[in-house]
Design a protein around this ligand. Structure first.
Ligand code: IZC
Ligand code: ZN
Length: 407
């Protein structure tokens, strides 16, 4: 073997190549006094300590906790500018959707992203990925949606592709041309939807720039009928589909995700009972974003009900310059316990295997078992509970990505 991780006090990992839902979400394998062996960037052994194992390099894990590298299944990580100027508006009580209606919010980031060069976006994205890695994230999803014209959407997606090529954090790309109606189309939204479905989608597909397509289905953004049309067009263009649904108002996003067989639906703060049952039935993953609830000072999605009904639950940061300017998945993990009432075991599965499943990566990422990518976090923690309890500090001690120590 190339690398051996020795003296692991506790190895904690979900198991399998597909999502774990219902009661199985909390089925995490815990091995005390464990070892992990790595060969050619893949896991070759993960089990009890075995002194007969040999490798060219060894790491002493100093009696700490080891888990799979974290998977952040929902981010908007490439954008120009920030939006700290909106903090004062928020504190005065101006709602998120009102800021957007006044041409701020997403549209403010669209202006700064359009104005930024591809090179500058790439450099900023590189810094962000390094920061994510330092916080334990080894795989993430990244959405476009701050270009909202053909060239700027392509620019954002090309940046995502180049960032993925750095191999800092593995990235699954999502086209989000339907993130908002840009200002120049505000009097002809149908025309913008045609631009997204008839020009942008084929162009993105032709250059192989995104696997997934997403839509912001929300009051005053895209209604259910428009969203359904956009999802179906994406599927015709060969994308797997995702939806930002029921984030602020209960518009029926969960039901739509189930009806159209989306791979995942995100946010779901206001998802109805019917919508949750439909998602369980259709096998749509819920990607819940508790740091967004926190930052928008909103309610929290009904994660317990979703788990009880058999929905696959993943938890992600929603990192973006507006509603969730935090890229540290550990914060979302803590909120998943405290606000969603998920157990540490359920929450670990939500940020590893289930998150990987929500972005089509569960065959290679999200668990520590033979054959998977050797993406591993060594924590400054003696056991699993500790990382959900000691919130606020970055508890990552080392990160191993594809079998190499990178942090
Ligand atoms: O820039 O505000 N919710 N999209 C949907 C976002 C938040 C990102 C943003
Ligand atoms: Zn989002």
């Amino acid at each position: 073997m190339d690398l051996l991780l020795k003296n692991i006090a506790m190895l904690a990992t979900p198991l399998g190549k597909s999502a774990r839902r219902g009661r199985e979400q909390g089925d995490v394998k815990i091995i005390k006094d464990a070892m992990i062996g790595v060969k050619n960037g893949k896991i070759a052994y993960a089990g009890e300590a075995d002194e007969s194992l040999r490798a060219t390099q060894a790491i002493d894990c100093a009696g700490k906790l080891v888990t799979p590298g974290l998977v952040d299944a929902h981010t908007h990580l490439v954008f120009g500018g920030w939006r700290q100027h909106e903090l004062g508006l928020k504190l005065k009580g101006v709602p998120y959707l009102d800021i957007l209606k006044q041409g701020g919010g997403i549209l403010s980031t669209v202006r700064s992203t359009r104005a930024e060069s591809e090179g500058a976006l790439f450099e900023k994205g590189r810094e962000i990925l390094n920061d994510m890695l330092r916080h334990g994230t080894t795989t993430c999803e990244a959405k476009s949606g701050y270009g909202l014209d053909l060239e700027s959407e392509m620019k954002q997606l090309r940046v995502i592709k180049r960032l993925n090529g750095l191999n800092t954090v593995n990235i699954a790309a999502t086209f989000l041309g339907a993130h908002a109606v840009p200002e120049e189309y505000k009097h002809d939204r149908k025309k913008y939807i045609r631009l997204v479905t008839e020009e942008m989608m084929p162009a993105v597909k032709a250059e192989g720039l995104a696997e997934f397509s997403d839509v912001f289905c929300e009051t005053a953004v895209f209604d259910v009928e428009e969203s359904e049309h956009i999802i179906k067009a994406a599927q015709k263009n060969g994308f797997q589909t995702k939806i930002h649904g029921d984030e602020i108002d209960p518009v029926g996003g969960a039901e739509l995700a189930a009806r159209t067989k989306c791979i995942s639906a995100e946010h779901l703060i206001q998802a109805s009972d019917r919508g949750i049952a439909d998602m369980a039935e259709a096998g749509v993953a819920a990607v819940l974003l508790p740091a967004t609830s926190f930052y928008l000072d909103k309610n929290y999605a009904r994660a317990r009900k979703m788990i009880e009904e058999g929905v696959t639950v993943a938890v992600a940061t929603d990192f973006n310059p507006g509603s969730s300017p935090n890229l540290n998945l550990q914060i979302a993990m803590n909120l998943a316990c405290i606000k969603y009432r998920m157990t540490p075991e359920e929450a670990l599965t939500a940020v590893t295997l289930n998150a990987a499943a929500a972005i089509g990566r569960s065959d290679t990422a999200g668990s520590l078992e033979t054959g998977k990518n050797a993406d591993i976090v060594i924590w400054d923690a003696p056991d699993l509970n500790y990382i959900f309890y000691r919130y606020g500090s970055n508890l990552v001690r080392n990160v191993i990505k594809d079998g190499r120590v990178v942090v």
